[in-house]
Write a protein that binds this ligand. Sequence first.
Ligand SMILES: [Ca+2]
Ligand SMILES: [Ca+2]
Length: 153
Amino acid sequence: MKKFIIVLCVVCMMFSTMAFAHVQYWPEMKSGNANDTMDTAEGPYTLDKDSRSVIYIFGVASEADKTDFYKVKSSVSGRGDFWIAITEKGMNYDLFVYDKRGKLLGSSTKGGDEDERINHIYIDKDEIYYMQIKYISGPAPTRPYYLSFELIN
Ligand SMILES: [Ca+2]
Ligand SMILES: [Ca+2]
């Protein structure tokens, strides 16, 4: 019986380690409320057109942590498309994009669990832009949102 309990403990430890490893892919799970304002936005995540033209960010927003800000920039100018893919049924997030001065450039505020998109935003090279995710309503999250910033030039 003692042996069984030890084996059970080892299995539990393995599961908790695996759960922790998974959490590492969720920036918001690490930062909590740390990225709730423009001043404390995560990033900048930089697009280098030579290597890739899309940035993906995974995060979680919820009743307990209602908003996340991210900074992005690009090494070349072009047209920016922003997209939040909602993977959780019934989860309503909204998406906003601002320039470096905090001026609102675009918003996408559909109801329900529809994805949000903001397209055709002119992106000046090497300038900071802010993306904001807002939790509007929905269940306690069990999986992250996928946020992307794509540059077309
Ligand atoms: Ca947050
Ligand atoms: Ca929405």
